[in-house]
Design a protein around this ligand. Structure first.
Ligand code: 4AD
Ligand code: MG
Length: 447
């Protein structure tokens, strides 16, 4: 009796007769020989059918099966290094074939080159293709690695609200929605403020969920809806925070290397660059980063780059600055001590240098740039109130947040890691929109 298996476990079934259920990704017609590339959600496998080995009617059905039809294939597993697929190296000699549904009409995402807008309009079908499938499998592993690491290191997952009364990360990117009784609510930009309440109950916490920013930018790094994991730790300063971040990020990358080698290979990812991701990571201050950028500007003959890299003390980095900085390191790079004016209101001032704050961004190598933003938080209630007023934030909405500093305030720190940027870097892909199943950007709400 043939047993139902999943393609990802095919290596364990060489010589056995098996059944796989899935969809026809591609078919190559060699007359009396037909090659089907069948995907079952866990992988892609080549199925080889000979006219003389199947009943005539079944062979004919197989030889005319449209792309993306759903099928059940029975056959004998053989190891063959040349066989395409993911994992690849195995094929199925077909002994039986059953059609669940013959796909109706021409399949839109036919196997040829398509423009990216066409593909994004057909994202619901595009995710079936091997590249997109590999990226989203890696995303799932990144998320599992995140949860496992945090759960295994004493962090409690405490969920934070999505509908909120005030801004966390600046008022220019808030999504507003009407709420009852003439109130307005904002979609959360970050769970951080609630995380800070939660550490006083649980010590070390994290929230993980979708966050929203009405980003007007159309860069390859910006979505309007993205997923962020945000750990927050009581009794933790900026140096300790950087140690946690480098352990955390290294664990995620190493886990993907272990569990998603086939997908990384399919994507053509240079895994040597990922194997280097182990603690410690280099650390430079914002001031040192500005010096490096000035040196890069002085060296380059490219006038465009010279102009792109122009920056004055006090400004936050843009993508070009981050890209140039990270090209000079082969590990993620910590840049700490940003100007207070460039960052959010809640960051602890640098001792003796109030124009600088105890913030740190982690920039991914190979030009990827910021994947984490984090900081030590202000622990003094009066200073916090002063900063809220300076930023013209609505005081009433933050009353509860200031309370946290009244009852047992402690030094504390936390960070937020953007899932899509992290996945884009690990996969070595150009744009964050391929790192999320259904991207939302300034120009895209469909499908
Ligand atoms: O640096 P950000 O804005 O930091 C915060 O929101 C803090 N409250 C987090 C914290 O300390 N708990 O965002 C954190 C990360 C960025 O480094 C980036 O990876 C990602 O979130 N991110 C975006 N990803 C995609 N599209 C966008 N528009 C993003 N904005 C931020
Ligand atoms: Mg940031």
């Amino acid at each position: 009796m043939a047993r139902l298996i999943r393609v990802e476990e095919i290596a364990r079934h060489v010589g056995e007769e098996v059944i796989i259920q899935g969809w026809v990704y591609n078919r190559t017609d060699k007359g009396k020989l037909q090659f089907l590339l069948v995907r079952d959600g866990s992988g892609f496998v080549q199925c080889v059918a000979f006219r003389k080995e199947l009943p005539e009617a079944i062979f004919e059905q197989l030889a005319h099966i449209p792309q993306e039809s759903s099928v059940r294939v029975t056959g004998i597993v053989r190891a063959d290094k040349r066989a395409p697929g993911i994992p690849g190296g195995y094929e199925i000699g077909v002994t039986g074939f059953e059609v669940i549904q013959a796909a109706q009409g021409d399949y839109p995402v036919a196997l040829k080159e398509h423009g990216v807008d066409f593909l994004l309009d057909h994202r619901h079908l595009w995710i079936r293709t091997p590249r997109q499938w590999a990226i989203l499998r890696i995303r799932a592993t990144v998320i599992r690695a995140i949860r496992d690491w945090l759960d295994g290191h004493g962090y409690v997952n405490v969920d934070t609200p999505i509908l909120t009364p005030a801004a966390c990360e600046g008022t220019t990117t808030l999504f507003e929605t009407p709420y009852f009784d003439d109130e307005v609510a904002y979609l959360t930009q970050s769970g951080q403020l609630y995380n800070e309440a939660n550490i006083f109950a649980f010590g070390k916490v994290y929230c993980f969920g979708p966050t929203f920013r009405a980003e007007k930018s159309k860069t390859r790094r910006h979505l309007t809806e993205f997923w962020m994991v945000e750990p927050e730790i009581a009794f933790c300063d900026l140096d300790q925070l950087m140690e946690i971040e480098e352990q955390f990020v290294s664990a995620i990358v190493q886990r993907v290397l272990e569990e998603r080698a086939d997908e990384l290979r399919y994507l053509g990812r240079d895994t040597a660059a990922l194997e280097r991701i182990t603690p410690p990571f280099p650390r430079i201050s914002y001031d040192e980063a500005l010096e490096m950028l000035a040196a890069i500007r002085a060296e380059t003959d490219d006038p465009r780059l010279k102009q792109l890299l122009a920056i004055e003390w006090g400004q936050d980095f843009g993508s070009p600055h981050e890209t140039e900085l990270t090209k000079r390191f082969d590990k993620p790079l910590f840049v700490y001590g940003y100007p207070t004016e460039a960052k959010a209101f809640y960051m602890e001032p640098w001792p003796g240098r109030p124009e600088v704050c105890k913030s740190v961004d982690l920039l991914a190598p190979e030009g990827y740039g910021e994947i984490i933003g984090g900081s030590e938080r202000i622990s003094d209630p009066d200073l916090l109130l002063e900063r809220i007023r300076e930023e013209n934030l609505p005081e009433e909405a933050f009353a509860w947040y200031i309370d946290l500093r009244r009852y047992g305030s402690v030094p504390h720190s936390g960070f937020g890691l953007g899932i899509e940027r992290t996945v884009a870097w690990i996969c070595g892909i150009e744009h964050v929109r391929q790192a999320i199943p259904y991207p939302r950007t300034i120009k895209r709400l469909y499908p």
